[in-house]
Design a protein around this ligand. Structure first.
Ligand code: MG
Length: 352
């Protein structure tokens, strides 16, 4: 296998050409359990593959983004959202000469722990669990413990750090949210997540008949663009330009470097976010949908905490306390499975 070993070595050599601030796979802080290196992939490429082959990744297909179990094949799901984030993150990472493989692996794993029904499901679990609930924490729990029959995926420290620090509040496009990733690649993913959702949420709202592209505030149309591809391009190019110091070509030190956007674009993105809150996120029909989704999650939580022996899942750890097993079970459900299970157990929806 001398020949194939040389494949990984060559890939690692290429990483030496990256920005001095890029994370290099051969300098990774490593895995919880040390492993023999792959002959043909770097450590970060290996993490990417493990995530793609995981069960959590497959479930993303049937989890909601904004609308709950919408009828129509073109609505965004967690899976298509995740792929968009990965693509945007790779473009930005490559443009800044950062480690594209690390950005890709982190992006593909960032939403693995999202419960059913999007943010409604997350809020419901957060209010029910003794320790609260955040999807980024759950994503980390999935890759560290629940996947692979309780052994986890044993990912590198850098990918895990990027995943657990990936979530931001929706209040401000640049808000830190919960933690800052240690690597610039992790920061790229965090911002790519916002670039992706800001745009596909508009597309979904148009698809649902809630707004027309022309309804967007004038300032947003002028600064970001009138159409979907134009807006993504503006945001991506702005991140690259505003974060150019990450390439190491400006002479700035590492502590002065972060991934961000220019003030006019941040302002436009925040106006757009506010507009989306008014027209879409807080829209009456969606609010009812959200209440129903929360009721389903609360019903399931009540039911299974009274009947923990009925939790049948390979996504829970038998020695955990009942509430933890129930939480892991519910968090792993897809929208359809959660609805169907609740109905089977006697939940009567008020409108769904
Ligand atoms: Mg996301």
């Amino acid at each position: 296998m001398i020949v194939s070993e040389s494949v990984r070595r060559r890939l690692e050599e290429r990483e030496r050409l990256l920005s001095p601030f890029a994370a290099r796979s051969f300098e990774s802080r490593g895995r919880e359990r040390p492993e023999e290196p792959s002959p043909v992939r770097t450590e970060f490429q290996r993490d990417r593959d493990r995530i793609i082959h995981s069960k959590g990744f497959r479930r993303l297909k049937h989890k909601t983004q904004v609308f709950i179990a919408p009828v129509g094949d073109h609505f965004v799901t967690r899976l298509t959202h995740t792929l968009e984030v990965a693509q945007i993150a790779r473009t930005i990472a490559r443009a800044l000469n950062l480690n594209e493989d690390l950005a890709e692996a982190t992006a593909l794993g960032h939403d693995l722990g999202h419960p059913p029904f999007g943010h409604a499901g997350e809020e419901a679990l957060a209010s029910l669990l003794p320790e609260g609930f955040r999807h980024a924490q759950q994503s980390l729990r999935l890759v560290e413990k629940l996947e692979n029959g309780g052994r986890g995926l044993n990912l590198t420290w850098e990918v895990r750090d990027g995943i657990v620090n990936s979530s931001k509040v929706r209040e401000d496009i640049l808000a830190e949210g919960f933690g800052t990733p240690a690597t610039l690649e992790g920061q790229v993913v965090k911002l790519s997540d916002a670039v992706a959702y800001l745009n596909h949420d508009i597309a979904d709202a148009i698809r649902a008949g809630l707004l027309a592209e022309d309804d967007l505030p004038d300032m947003v149309k002028e600064r970001l663009g009138r159409h979907h591809p134009e807006r993504i391009n503006t945001l991506v190019c702005d991140v690259v330009e505003s974060s150019w110091a990450a390439t190491g070509e400006t002479g700035a030190g590492r502590e002065q470097v972060s991934i961000g956007m220019s003030p006019p674009v941040v302002e436009a993105a925040n106006v757009l976010r506010e507009f989306m809150f008014q027209r879409v996120y807080l829209w009456e029909g969606r609010r009812r949908e959200t209440e129903e989704a929360k009721a389903v999650v609360a019903f399931l939580y009540d039911y299974y905490t009274s009947h923990p022996e009925e939790v049948q899942s390979d996504f829970v750890i038998a020695t955990d306390p009942p509430w933890r097993r129930v939480a892991d079970y519910i968090a792993g459900m897809t929208d359809g499975f959660a609805l169907e299970t609740a109905r089977r157990l006697g939940y009567r929806p008020s409108r769904m």
